[in-house]
Design a binder for this molecule. Structure first.
Ligand code: ADP
Length: 164
């Protein structure tokens, strides 16, 4: 069984991520969207909220699961028996960054292969970073995010502010 892990922060999931998942489905028996929990990284949305959105968005896809992991992505893959990593490439800087990481993961992960999909032109300008900047700046992020996120990001933000 070909299992791929799609790792990321998904803070929040964008329509660029969704397109990548949709295009990866025919290549693997199972795709696991996995949020990498990094305690040093400052997120806009809490882990539980990001997982909830991933679950909601992926219900329409067969053979997609949602999970999270701490520490090394390659060790997580070994633990769950995934032989592939899935990553998206939007531009040259994505490539430069991803090249080194995939070479390291190949060693640390005992031969794990990273499969890259080039983003479609209509999604290559979309990133979670840009979406967060629009949200924090009070703009409208809805052209870049799935409807499930659009419906709830404001209340998620208010809940977050109350907990600060
Ligand atoms: P990370 O914090 O690991 O960069 P992200 O959640 O930002 O995680 O992204 C996860 C993966 O999704 C990365 O491989 C990234 O290149 C890919 N990705 C993000 N946005 C897009 C997009 N618009 N089109 C294609 N791939 C994308």
């Amino acid at each position: 069984m070909k299992i791929a892990v799609f790792p990321g922060s998904f803070d929040p999931i964008t329509i660029g991520h969704v397109d990548l998942i949709r295009r990866a489905l025919p290549l693997f028996d199972k795709v696991i969207i996995a949020v990498g929990v990094n305690s040093t990284k400052k997120n806009l949305f809490p882990l539980e909220q990001r997982l909830e959105w991933l679950r909601q968005v992926s219900v329409i896809f067969p053979n997609v699961e949602v999970d999270y992991f701490e520490k090394l992505t390659a060790h997580y893959c070994l633990r769950i028996g995934a032989q592939y990593l899935l990553r998206g490439l939007r531009n040259g800087s994505d490539f430069d960054y991803e090249k080194t990481i995939s070479q390291l993961n190949h060693i640390v992960g005992n031969g794990i292969e990273t499969v890259f999909l080039i983003s479609q032109p209509e999604y290559s300008h979309i990133s979670s970073t840009i979406v967060r900047e629009i949200i924090v700046g009070g703009g409208d992020p809805t052209p870049f995010i799935p409807v499930e996120v659009a419906q709830t990001f404001q209340s998620a933000l208010q809940a977050r502010d109350r907990n600060d």
